[in-house]
Design a protein around this ligand. Structure first.
Ligand code: ARG
Length: 460
């Protein structure tokens, strides 16, 4: 016989006279990356086998043999003894072939009423269900490290920026708690992704379910799913849950990139608001003085990958006809890559915030000056002046003060009164950055008391 033999190595080539070209085998295999699903594949197969025994499609002793065999295979994989070969195509066939080699006839019954199409959908959902919970835990750790910084800096006054120009004084706590709010929304999005992931597809078969009397509810119970996929064609072709996860991951990565940028700015000599600990800095191969924020830069930079993972997944799904198509095999690497990027980024970001040392005096110095102009305008408004008039008066005051090379805190009451007779002795106390922050007690404002209250809510 010429050409490759169909090969006893592969379980599903009964209808073929010849084997595949090796380069076709290599190009189409998912085994190099879907091996990562082995634990969840085994978990799903055990639940399936128990169900097959319960409904009488296999004998209880066969189900026990399958379960035992799969347990051993799991150990073989974990200890590195398992031999993965590309001719197996994917993790599903690799494990099934090994099971048959180990336990014989009973192993050949495992795939009853099942296709790799519903199997892989199940595996990825089981895997992602665990991983989304791991991501949530990492977000909680980062959130806790931010809240710790906030709690210690309720009255650390610093400039708030718009257009990266000093705008009004805020506190470091207020600034950091803004990121906590982003993370709160990220957690909601991951929780929604988890809910959409937590649906049980097994029983859909290749696309059209099965004539055999299976019990999908039992499998769902065994695996802790609250919901069954309602339509077998949707069940094998739906990857919306992967898109939901990737979109939550992309937005989280965007948030981390903003945080990174802020740390890069703060630790620059230009800002000098914080010092980068040695453990988190990199040197330059040429310039001996350099202390570079590579970690923050790369967290910022890797955002591109995660957004790319989302775009790639959406593009893979676009225009796909029902039901399963091999294009869907591309889902896994996108999910894995996003996980492998955001998990260490979250972990390191939490450590970085914890290690950061702030120069509170530098922050305070930068917070005053013209950033108090709005407070002066509000002083006039509080005493009955229309805001537009106050805005114009203080605008002129700022222009003339800046032109003469001075700043607002240097002005005397007599000088203020040259702009408006509404200014009285208490006007000078407005020209203090700490006081300015403390007075903004409105809900959502930066006053220490207000943020203390928000931290209490977040702690619940
Ligand atoms: N390796 C495949 C995947 O990752 C499993 C399902 C394959 N089904 C098929 N009919 N080729 O999606």
């Amino acid at each position: 016989m010429k050409g490759k033999s169909p090969g006893r190595a592969n379980l599903i080539r009964g209808r073929f006279a010849r084997g595949r070209l090796p380069e076709v085998e290599a190009f189409t295999a998912s085994l190099p990356f879907d091996r990562r699903l082995y634990r969840h594949d085994i978990l799903g197969s055990i639940a399936h086998a128990r169900m097959l025994a319960r409904v009488g499609l296999i004998r209880p002793a066969e189900a026990r043999a399958i379960e035992r065999g799969l347990g051993q295979i799991e150990q073989e994989i974990e200890s590195g003894k398992f031999r993965f070969v590309t001719s197996d195509e994917d993790v599903h066939l690799a494990i099934e072939r090994r099971l048959i080699a180990k336990i014989g006839e009973a192993g050949r019954k495992l795939h009853t009423a099942r296709s790799r199409n519903d199997q892989v959908a199940l595996d990825l959902r089981l895997y992602l269900r665990d991983e989304i919970q791991n991501v949530d835990e990492l977000i909680r750790v980062l959130r806790a490290s931010l809240i710790r910084v906030a709690r210690r800096n309720l009255d650390t006054t610093m400039p708030g920026y718009t257009h990266l120009q000093r705008a009004q004084p805020v506190s470091l706590a207020h600034h950091v708690l803004a990121y906590v709010e982003m993370l709160e929304r990220d957690r909601e999005r991951f929780a929604q992704a988890l809910a959409r992931t937590n649906v049980m597809p097994l029983g859909a078969g290749a696309l059209a379910a099965t004539t055999l009397p299976i019990d999908r509810k039992m499998v769902a119970r065994e695996l802790g799913f609250k919901q069954l996929a309602h339509n077998s064609m949707d069940a094998v072709s739906d990857r919306d849950f992967a898109v939901d996860f990737l979109s939550a991951a992309a937005l989280l990565a965007v948030h981390l990139s903003r945080m990174s940028e802020e740390l890069i700015l703060w630790t620059s000599s230009e800002f000098g608001f914080a010092v980068l600990p040695d453990e988190f800095s990199t040197g330059s191969s040429m310039m001996p003085q350099k202390k570079n924020p590579d970690l923050a830069e790369l967290i910022r930079g890797k955002t591109g990958r995660v957004i790319g993972d989302l775009m790639a997944m959406l593009t893979t799904l676009k225009g796909l006809p029902l039901a399963y198509n091999s294009d869907l095999q591309e889902d896994k690497e996108r999910v894995f890559d996003a996980l492998d990027t955001i998990k260490p980024a979250l972990d390191l970001m939490a450590k970085l915030w914890t290690a950061l040392r702030f120069d509170r005096a530098a922050m305070r110095r930068a917070a005053g000056g013209f950033a108090l102009a709005t407070d002066l305008a509000e002083y006039l408004v509080a005493r009955g002046m229309p805001f537009r008039e106050a805005h114009e008066i203080i605008g002129a005051l700022v222009r003339e003060t800046a032109d003469s090379g001075r700043t607002l805190e240097e002005l005397s009451l007599a000088e203020l009164r040259r702009y408006s007779h509404v200014f009285a002795a208490d006007a000078l106390s407005v020209l203090d950055a700490d006081h300015s922050v403390a007075r903004r007690t409105v809900t959502g404002g930066p006053a220490p008391r207000t943020n203390e209250k928000r931290i209490k809510e977040l702690d619940r």
